[in-house]
Design a protein around this ligand. Structure first.
Ligand code: NAP
Ligand code: ZN
Length: 350
């Protein structure tokens, strides 16, 4: 099947239109017409080869919402016309303890990324959601609950699940004291989800200008990370902190904010952190941890939870041909709080 998308051809190039083929349906495949795709900071990292793992051309996009257009002979859960979603994974070995436990993101044999990974069967490099169509095996397709606004649901597939999973893993519920570092795409979803789970939520931001927004999203408190006095006063006052900062940064100011046995969970930056002082870890039995997206079953649970609790991201809709400007704005932390591409604009802009 022929389709069109937007791709980076090198780490330095802007995204430009690309025509390419989607594979013919395998028996367990679902073909999807993409209606909306969220713009994640990982898309920018991958387009720029920030993680030294990109294979060009890169067609980014892993926050995908669309409509089923065809199904393979053995597909049983989806029918043509269904509204469905695809997140950051499109395959895994399905035969290790992690996969059996519904944690395909920790597949012992490596999961297949929605874009930039070799397909497990034919070895071709996967292409993501900045495109009109995608073909995905049934097990990695999610149902979009009927009551969820389709245009706004897309960012749940990465920003939503990446923050929901640690909130659930660390048992956040009524009365939990949760901090969220960085109020961007992931951060603002962390706030909304933690609030919906009943937590007391504090945004820890570099931008005092986001305070009013944080409160309107439901946060209870706001800490400016550069305000040394406020940071000192907040010591030992959190059960869980989710750190969404996308670039290399020093954890030293954040660790003392944790209470005894509490965890700072890194979901943003990959790679070395700047000289972090271990003393507050040792003296306070504090933890630094990490977390990667979430499994398929948990992603479906999150979508159903968001539909039930009416939790939706704050989105700025863009056309496909505005993607380079959107990347530039994301780099300046100038997005409130997730760009979503209306894929109807792709044909129109060709
Ligand atoms: P984003 O929308 O750009 O938000 C990042 C936020 O971090 C910014 O809004 C800003 O918030 C803060 N920030 C930016 N630069 C900073 C700096 N130099 N120092 C301190 N704070 C800074 O990005 P996103 O889409 O939420 O993604 C965040 C990170 O998560 C990216 O690295 C992405 O690749 C990663 N990610 C990880 C997973 C996973 O599974 N672990 C999944 C998806 C994405 P303030 O203005 O409030 O300070
Ligand atoms: Zn993402």
């Amino acid at each position: 099947m022929k389709t069109i998308g937007y791709a980076a051809q090198t780490a330095q190039s802007r995204l430009t239109p690309l025509s390419f083929e989607r594979r013919a349906l395998r028996d367990n495949d679902v073909a999807i017409e993409i209606l909306y795709c969220g713009v994640c900071h990982s898309d920018l990292h991958m387009a720029r080869n920030d993680w030294n793992a990109s294979t060009y051309p890169v067609v980014p996009g892993h926050e995908i919402v669309g409509k089923v257009t065809a199904i393979g002979a053995e597909v049983s859960q989806y029918q043509v016309g269904d509204h469905v979603a695809v997140g950051c994974m499109v395959d895994s070995c399905q035969d290790c303890d992690s996969c059996y436990n519904g944690e395909e993101q920790y597949c012992r044999n490596g999961f297949t990324l929605t874009y930039g990974s070799p397909d497990r069967i034919d070895g071709s490099i996967t292409h993501g959601g900045y495109s009109k169509h995608i073909v995905v095996r049934e097990e990695f397709v999610l149902k979009v609950p009927e009551t969820l606004d389709l245009a706004r649901a897309a960012p749940l597939l990465c920003a939503g699940i990446t923050t929901y999973s640690p909130l659930r893993h660390w048992g956040v519920g009524p009365g939990s004291r949760v901090g969220v570092i960085g109020m961007g795409g992931l951060g603002h979803m962390a706030v909304k989800l933690a609030v919906a789970l009943g937590a007391h939520v504090t945004v820890i931001s570099t931008s005092a200008s986001k305070q009013a927004d944080a409160m309107s999203l439901g946060a209870d408190a706001f800490l400016v990370s550069k305000d040394a006095q406020a940071m000192t006063e907040a010591q030992s006052s959190f059960d869980l902190i989710i750190d969404t900062v996308p670039v290399k940064h020093d954890l030293t100011p954040y660790v003392p904010l944790l209470d005894l046995d509490a965890s700072l969970v890194l979901v943003g930056q990959l790679g070395p952190v700047d000289g972090t002082d271990t003393s507050p870890l040792v003296f306070g039995r504090r933890h630094i941890s990490g977390s990667l997206i979430g499994g398929i079953a948990e992603t479906q649970e999150m979508l159903d939870f968001c539909a039930r609790m009416n939790v939706l991201p704050e989105c700025e809709m863009i056309r496909m041909d505005q993607i380079n400007e959107a990347f530039a704005r994301m780099e300046r932390s100038d997005v409130r709080y997730r760009f979503v591409i209306d894929m109807a604009s792709l044909q129109a802009s060709q």
